[in-house]
Design a binder for this molecule. Structure first.
Ligand code: SAH
Ligand code: SF4
Ligand code: F3S
Length: 435
């Protein structure tokens, strides 16, 4: 028998890339690869990249630069670029970095084994098609071993919304939902392997329509014994259907956490962003969700410095945030993306955008802290994931996705317990088991 080849995958970007990286490792597992944590002893390096902002995309080239020496020492080392930069830039990557052997877009991962073979024959392999066949169906061969208590599961991919700033509709393609029966069998398999919490993934996960709605799928998952928690991300406000809102009030396994990006609070800017909702419609939606599940933790995404954003527009965003009270949020300075409609428009002065981002983040972190602190004294469910830094300590996530530490904890990874929160620290809560 030949020794296994070693695969080093570095993952950037969103959770879908995390899921895809697992699937790519499994696909290459069939070619005799095992994963390694170090690039130095790898036979193949695969960067799973993100194109969402300029900085994310440029990181790929600086990372590739770092592997130059390795490749010179080890001519058999193969270097591949996957993910959204691969899709967006294709062949250009090989032009800029001729040492790259393989470029594969997110819809072609099932072709990786053949592509790897091609590189072993000394050829370059490039595939950025949007093929007809179902990559998920062809990307079989998930390993059967035991795994950690939480897992991602992609149910929908791509986006038809075309927000004026965003590359995703171009890098991930048109919106496609996977059939429910395949998702359910994958979920059962994950549960058999020790998974207790599944996060359903999609660029517009609540637009899911694989023979049923997302709420329908959640109720099907609810029936799987051993699956304790269900989450989903990311949702678009316009796809927040009544049955999904209702499920937040009635499905005990569906966790009280919702990531619902709004991007901005000014209708003038939302219109220019092509978001097709208003600040007011978003606020009314949040009201309805909170009526169904009063304790739900709301999370959001914001962009500041979008073309033509004025100080008054920015004040509208702050006002919306004040009204919603976010438990967590991700905020970004607008980044010009080639090929998107907003790239052509008058840009905001970068110093002004920096200043707005700072003010926005100050408000968001204050809110985040208040929401976290308000957990003190409450009883929450915690799914333990790993041991903590101190002997006897266990760390897990609350229903609301806060990290929770419990000292002298007899529980193990994968156990779910009721915990009383006793204090709130910089980035996590401390609690004690309720016995
Ligand atoms: N599909 C998800 C997330 C898309 S990308 C959704 O629709 O919500 C994640 C976040 O990155 C977006 O919500 C947005 O806030 C941010 N983003 C996308 N394009 C950006 C750009 N050009 N500049 C800055 N932030 C951007
Ligand atoms: Fe991008 Fe908008 Fe689609 Fe989200 S909904 S992925 S922000 S185009
Ligand atoms: Fe980035 Fe692609 Fe995800 S651009 S955020 S890796 S969909």
């Amino acid at each position: 028998m030949t020794a296994p080849k070693k695969l080093f995958i570095k993952t950037y970007g969103c959770q879908m890339n995390v899921y895809d990286s697992e699937r790519m490792a499994e696909a290459l597992g069939g070619k005799g690869y095992v994963e390694t944590k170090s690039a130095d002893d790898a036979d193949m390096i695969l960067l799973n990249t993100c194109h969402i902002r300029e900085k994310a995309a440029e990181k790929v080239y600086s990372e590739l630069g770092r592997y130059k020496g390795l490749k010179a020492e080890k001519p058999d080392l193969k270097i591949g670029v996957a993910g959204c930069v691969a899709q967006a830039e294709g062949e250009e990557i090989m032009r800029r970095q001729p040492m790259v052997d393989l470029v594969v877009g997110p819809q072609s991962y099932h072709r990786l084994p053949e592509m790897e073979e091609k590189t072993r024959e000394g050829e370059k392999a490039l595939d950025t098609d949007f093929p007809e066949e179902d990559k998920f169906e062809t990307l079989k061969g998930r390993s059967k071993g035991k795994r950690g208590p939480t897992a991602f599961l992609t149910v929908q991919e791509g986006c038809d919304k075309f927000c004026a700033f965003c590359v995703v509709p171009y890098t991930r393609g048109a919106e496609v939902s996977r059939p429910a029966d395949r998702i359910l069998s994958e979920a059962r398999e994950l549960v058999d392997r020790g998974v207790r919490e599944i996060t359903l993934l999609g660029q517009n996960v609540n637009a899911y329509h694989g023979g049923m709605t997302l709420a329908g799928l959640i109720w099907e998952l609810d029936r799987i014994d051993g699956l304790e928690r269900i989450r989903f991300t990311t949702s678009h406000p316009n796809d927040m259907q009544d049955d999904l809102i209702e499920a937040h009030g009635t499905c005990a396994k569906l966790m009280p956490y919702l990531h619902l990006p709004v991007q901005a609070g000014s209708d003038r800017i939302l219109k220019r962003m092509n978001r097709s909702h208003t600040a007011e419609s978003y606020l009314r939606l949040i009201e309805r969700i909170r009526a169904a599940r009063p304790d739900i933790l709301i999370s959001g995404d914001f962009i500041v410095g979008f073309p033509e954003e004025t100080e008054a527009d920015f004040q509208d965003t702050l006002a919306l945030i004040e009204e919603v009270k976010y438990g967590t949020a991700y905020s970004f300075k607008y980044s010009t993306r080639p090929g998107t409609p907003a790239a052509e428009r008058p840009q905001v002065d970068p110093a002004e955008a920096d200043d707005r981002l700072q003010r926005l983040q100050a408000l968001l972190s204050r809110q985040q802290r208040e929401v976290q602190d308000s957990m003190v004294g409450r009883e929450v469910g915690v799914l333990f994931e790993k041991t903590g830094r101190f002997p006897g300590q266990m760390v897990g996530k609350s229903d609301y996705l806060h990290a929770v530490h419990v000292a002298d904890c007899p529980k193990q990874a994968g156990d779910l317990a009721r915990v009383r929160i006793v204090s709130s620290g910089a980035n996590s809560l401390a609690g004690e088991l309720i016995t």
